[in-house]
Write a protein that binds this ligand. Sequence first.
Ligand code: KIV
Length: 262
Amino acid sequence: MAITVRTLQKLKNEHKKFATITAYDATFARIFDEAGISAILVGDSLGNTIQGGSSTLGVTTKDIAYHTKCVRAGIKNALLIADMPFMSYANVKDACKNAYKLMQAGANVVKLEGGAHLCETITTLVQNGIPVCGHLGLTPQSVNVFGGYLVQGREEEQAKKLIDDCLALEKAGACMIVVECIPKALGKALSETVHVPIIGIGAGNETDGQIMVMHDALGLTAKPPKFTKDFLAQSGNVLDAIRLYIKEVSDGSFPNDAHSFN
Ligand code: KIV
């Protein structure tokens, strides 16, 4: 059955953890969908994984729309989220114009990186029928502001700001929020504080859902970050690898403490 934003909300309400993953083409999307993945993200991580760049900053709306169309062709049930690239939502008008392109390419939800300053944009998108996923913590489009790919929310003040941003995004109408590279305790606190699903990556195993970059889950990343795991190594084929990922997320065994920041 087709998974919608309501399905993910129901899973959170029932305390059932769910797994999501990135994909960029129809073949992997078909296999991930068959494995039972809840949502597929066409991430701007394609700037690294597909285009071979050192950041996500060179990715365009046209790139994401192209890969969204490819992924849509492989999906039967999974929810399809598309990333809005760097500077494609710098004002409300651009956000509407570019989100429209991604929805036309087949997205069910668009994802934007940033906190409370995006509230007006999020509310406008939602009012126009475009569901929004937020993204907080280590937001890779701001790598030059952070001065590197650094864990966020370690200081008390930073952690408080993250909680305030999360609440602001929820109030503005975001239907789910990705949190990246934050301490495990903060991932738990965010999941307990807001009502919408919190999807973690490098945020411990107490968030409502997990997301992985597919290249990390399949052992294809040259220098994998500590919060990732190669599920293909134990499985032998891609379908079983993703089934194992889903199982370990749902029983709480992935990510474990070695994959988490404390
Ligand atoms: O672009 C991406 O793949 C992402 C995930 C890391 C959450 O935003």
